[in-house]
Design a protein around this ligand. Structure first.
Ligand code: DX5
Ligand code: ZN
Length: 227
């Protein structure tokens, strides 16, 4: 299902399957979607850009048929350009690269859209918003990292909330989603929502408990906290 931007700002929860049971990914995706997930967030890592190795295009392609919502793929790989085509062909709806993942961000963004995906840019904690100032017209999603990427279950970085607010201001009325990722739970999600983000990635805070009932309660707790 191709994803389209809705100018009406609505809260979306994007469970990160990094915290799911990797032996049952298809089932976990179906369960979490049945329990209110809006998007499915996928975290490929290369053991080089970040100190962890996770999944590649083959696994992304394998889970694709199970995703009925939106497959939001957050590449933590560098250089990213070499793999854009493979992750696009694997069925990504949104492909996000880190601003640091290559020498020519603008070119990378054009490549992502050229393969038919929405293009996202992830900003590390210390990466200034200004790196995307002159390519906003080629961006569909800004991902503000609220942890150092690489692992789930880390603590939220409060100093980044100001960057979320600045990003919301920079977006203005452009059709760009504003996503936060890392340490998002019922305590920290309201801070991000108030600062202007609309997509909350949450791994451990959603998959905690391990049953579909838990996922439902966990997603509802994040959504209710933002009301
Ligand atoms: C980490 C990933 C995140 C991670 C978030 O680098 O980008 O998506 O799964 O996990 P939590 O929500 O547990 O911080
Ligand atoms: Zn992520």
């Amino acid at each position: 299902m191709p994803v389209t931007f809705d100018p009406k700002r609505e809260l979306k929860i994007a469970p990160s399957i990094l915290s799911a049971d990797f032996a049952r990914l298809g089932e976990e995706i179906r369960d979490v979607e049945a329990q209110g997930a809006d998007w499915i967030h996928v975290d490929p890592m290369d053991g080089h850009f970040v100190p962890n190795l996770t999944i590649g295009p083959n696994v992304v392609a394998a889970i694709r048929p199970h995703v009925k919502t939106v497959m939001d793929v957050h590449l933590m790989i560098s250089p990213a350009d070499t793999y854009i085509e493979a992750f696009a062909n694997a069925g990504s709806d949104i492909l996000t690269v880190h601003a640091e993942a290559g020498p020519h961000l603008d070119r990378t963004l054009q490549a992502i859209r050229g393969f038919g995906c929405k293009a996202g840019v992830a900003l590390n904690i210390t990466t200034p918003l200004s790196v995307i100032e002159y390519c906003l017209d080629k961006i569909d999603l800004i991902l503000v990292m609220t942890i150092n990427p690489g692992f789930g279950g880390q603590k939220f970085t409060h100093s980044v909330v100001d960057k979320v607010a600045a990003a919301r201001k920079m977006i203005g009325d452009r059709p760009i989603w504003l996503e936060v990722d890392g340490g998002v739970d019922p305590t920290t999600a309201p801070l991000c929502w108030a600062a202007g983000s609309d997509v909350m990635v949450a791994g451990s805070a959603v998959f905690r408990g391990g049953t579909p009932e838990d996922y439902g309660k966990n997603i509802a707790a994040i959504k209710n906290a933002c009301k």
